[in-house]
Design a binder for this molecule. Structure first.
Ligand code: ADP
Ligand code: ZN
Length: 745
């Protein structure tokens, strides 16, 4: 008897149409050598059949009478073992069904039926067909066939559809020639290249600054020895982080390994991709949502086949099937956009760390303003820490001035959009032909109440977050603990008592109107989600700004990130407080990050930059720390606040949002859910709610939240998964689970 390796008899399969379950199927003998984890299969399911993926292979099953797998789909497995393991982890950790997690790791363009390479028929002349005499012999009886041979003789191999155009010949003529053995027709995949038509300048590694060399050495050591496996690269804007990434990747390539670089979608500009393409040429694959489906499909397969070893892309590029991964870079690691806002609500930065651990590859988290969680992890030694404290060439950091808008309001008798200081500063830039950026964060709903006179903000005494103003009911609600208060008719500050206690926010559009009126000759442009609805329109506006066709650019966070405009010498922040009063314990952190990022846009050229921050709370620690560009100071203060209230990084947070068209149904379901959860939770878990979400109604859906905090996520997610498995929701009511939620709106 030969000692044959045992063949798996059973495969576990998830199907695309069923919920979080794996099903056992028998593997027919003819498929026993064909199945691996990740192979797509067709299985009998109910009364019909379904497509799914193999998630595991084993010898036995506890079920009797198993059905048999019908067939496999496609030539190669699209998900390998490691990516499947990662999908499993994502599903577990973020409490999402496995098959949704699997869908997340495979882009839909790759997964879809019928998706494929764009195949073109290529026509070659055979030796006989290439002979001039052959063509002449055909000239009279079959002039079209002769024309095809002529075209092939002069042009070599040609696409069939080109032939039809150039030789005026139909497919039939080519097929006739094929039959006679005068030409061959073959299929060839044609790659759709998203960078086609762009002239990329090759770039050589720059001579590094000493601080960059130190950073590179630390990363190289991490790549080689995994000591430490994760490095936080904390470098001010313009400190040369990108050059460090480039040279670290070069090292990885030399070892025959691959790399993934994640950047926030919004920073994935042609500028960024060109820098990588310029250094690595065709080794780079680009994955982001601005590509056509065909381009995304082909880029993904270039990675899958190992033709491109480096992937640069937004969030989901983390799941790219790079082989033999040596390094993952997460740039701007603090960015909330790394969090997906639909199931599974994963944070690509955190999953990157997990993928790194699973594949034994180094992970670098880069930023000018580390997320509190990341800096904390660095401080306790979980991550390595490397700092780049200076700009390249020691260009000076900008001067930051804080303008107290309360004084301004008093002086002018009313609330202005542009303070006198900011107006003067803009005028100076216009006179000198320099550019200004005006930044307004309009994403926050201006739902918190603020006194324009003294800056008092209505806060919840229990939770240290701003209370949310609910216009419909004229109430202030704390959405962490649910406490309610009546809206006071005057400022509650006993030293103030001003009756004007209410703040109505301004939007970018209003700022644009006012600025244009103030500076009638200036070329003013607004950039926000309203002016950039068309594909590429935001790159177009940025292009005009770069080439000096705009004097003053007004925008939302879109203009805060990663842009490099040497002629911008002034950045104005219209209203620094709007983030500050978001009903979120991360409000101060977001404010500090944004102010620092925005400030980083000023003075990237020869002239020193200036930043003017308008605020009603000039003494707020986040504003003051941003003024001094003092991350450490901010961190030290903020981390104490987090520690006291057991907010992340001291423990984890899960937010359950219940949505529905009937408010009664939503509230009641929330109450029942909370009641069922409570007895199952370990006692370290703090459960609050249900209470109306700050965004209490969206698209006609009422929203309620239950917020849980605990030292470990599994303490919360295990009971949640258990309860949700059987929970009976009323019609049109649903619940979203957000583990490590970043937004509590
Ligand atoms: P960051 O990513 O930290 O914001 P960049 O890598 O974009 O910084 O660098 C800022 C600018 O400095 C870029 O124009 C880059 O080409 C340039 N630069 C980076 N490193 C060097 C270096 N060692 N020598 C000269 N210029 C450099
Ligand atoms: Zn509260």
């Amino acid at each position: 008897m030969n000692n044959k390796r045992t063949m798996p008899k059973i495969a576990t399969v998830i199907v695309e149409i069923a919920l979080n379950r794996e099903f056992d199927y028998r593997v027919p003998p003819r498929l026993q050598n064909e199945l691996q984890i990740g192979t797509r299969v067709v299985v009998p399911f109910g009364h019909s059949e379904a497509r799914g993926y193999v998630t595991g292979l084993k010898e036995t099953s506890t079920y009797a009478n198993l059905k048999e797998i019908r067939d496999r789909v496609g030539k190669s497995s699209l998900i390998d073992n490691r990516i499947m393991e990662l999908a499993r982890w994502v599903g577990e950790y973020y409490a999402a069904p496995l098959e949704i997690a699997v869908r997340t790791v495979l882009p839909s363009v790759v997964r879809k039926k019928g998706s494929g390479f764009k195949e073109r028929l290529m026509v070659f002349a055979t030796e006989a067909g290439g002979d001039l005499l052959t063509a002449e012999a055909l000239r009279e009886k079959a002039p079209k066939q002769a024309a095809v041979l002529d075209a092939l003789r002069s042009g070599g191999q040609t696409f069939l559809h080109h032939l039809a155009r150039s030789a005026g010949a139909s497919d039939a003529a080519v097929r006739a020639l094929e039959k006679k053995g005068l030409v061959t027709v073959s299929r060839e995949a044609q790659m759709r290249d998203p960078m086609k038509g762009q002239n990329i300048l090759r770039s050589l590694p720059l001579e590094m600054m000493p601080q960059q060399t130190d950073a590179l050495n630390a990363i190289v050591q991490s790549v080689d020895t995994l000591k430490p496996p994760v490095i936080l690269l904390y470098g001010v804007t313009g400190s040369g982080k990108t050059e460090v990434y480039l040279q670290a990747i070069q090292h990885v390539l030399k070892q025959g390994k691959g790399a993934i670089v994640l950047v926030p979608e919004i920073a994935l500009t042609p500028q960024t991709t060109e820098r990588f393409r310029g250094r690595f040429g065709d080794e780079i694959a680009i994955l982001h949502s601005n590509l056509s489906e065909g381009e995304r499909h082909d880029e993904w397969h270039r990675v899958h086949e190992g033709k491109a070893r480096i992937v640069i892309g937004a969030r989901s590029a983390l799941f790219a099937p790079v082989r033999n991964l040596g390094l993952i870079v997460v740039d701007e690691e603090h960015e909330p956009s790394y969090k997906q806002d639909e199931t599974p609500r994963y944070n690509a930065r955190d999953v990157a760390v997990m993928r790194g651990r699973m594949e034994k590859c180094a992970v670098v988290l880069g930023t000018a303003t580390p997320a509190l969680e990341s800096y904390y992890n660095a401080k306790i030694g979980k991550y390595g820490l490397v700092k780049l404290p200076h700009r390249v060439d020691h260009r000076q950091m900008p001067m930051v001035r804080v303008v107290d808008m309360r004084i301004e309001a008093e002086r002018e008798g009313h609330v202005n959009v542009l303070s006198r200081e900011l107006a003067v500063a803009i005028q100076e830039r216009l006179d000198k032909g320099e550019q200004s950026l005006l930044f307004l964060n309009r994403r926050g709903y201006s739902t918190s109440l603020i006194c324009p006179k003294c800056g008092f903000v209505a806060e919840c005494g229990n939770c240290s977050v701003a209370m949310t103003y609910h216009r419909q009911t004229e109430k202030l609600i704390c959405h962490i603990c649910g406490i309610e208060k009546k809206v006071p008719d005057r400022c509650p500050n006993p030293d103030c008592r001003d009756p004007a206690f209410k703040f109505v926010g301004v939007g970018t559009q209003r700022v644009e109107t006012i600025v244009q009126k103030f500076f009638p000759k200036a070329r003013v442009q607004r950039m926000d989600s309203d002016t950039t609805t068309q594909k590429n329109s935001h790159w177009k506006i940025l292009g005009e700004f770069r080439t000096g066709k705009i004097d003053i650019l007004i925008g939302t966070q879109m203009i805060a990130k990663g842009l490099h405009f040497p002629n911008v010498t002034l950045v104005g922040v219209i209203y620094a407080d709007s983030n500050l009063h978001m009903p979120d314990f991360r409000a101060a952190e977001r404010t500090f990050q944004l102010l620092t990022q925005v400030a980083g846009r000023a003075g990237r050229g020869e002239v020193k930059g200036e930043v003017i921050v308008q605020t009603y709370t000039p003494h707020h620690p986040a504003v003051q720390a941003a003024r001094r560009l003092d991350y450490e100071g901010f961190y030290d203060q903020e981390i104490e606040f987090r520690r006291e209230l057991s907010y992340p990084p001291f423990g984890h947070l899960v937010c359950l949002t219940i949505k529905g068209l009937s408010e009664d149904h939503v509230r009641l379901s929330g109450e029942v859910l909370a009641k069922q959860l409570e007895p199952l939770m370990p006692k370290q878990v703090i459960l609050a709610g249900p209470s109306p979400a700050p965004l209490a109604k969206a698209n006609n859906y009422y929203r309620y939240q239950i917020i849980l905090r605990a030292p470990a996520t599994s303490m919360m997610t295990n009971p949640i998964k258990n309860v949700l498995k059987t929970f009976k929701w009323p019609d049109k009511v649903s619940c979203a689970v957000d583990v490590d939620a970043l937004s509590l709106m």
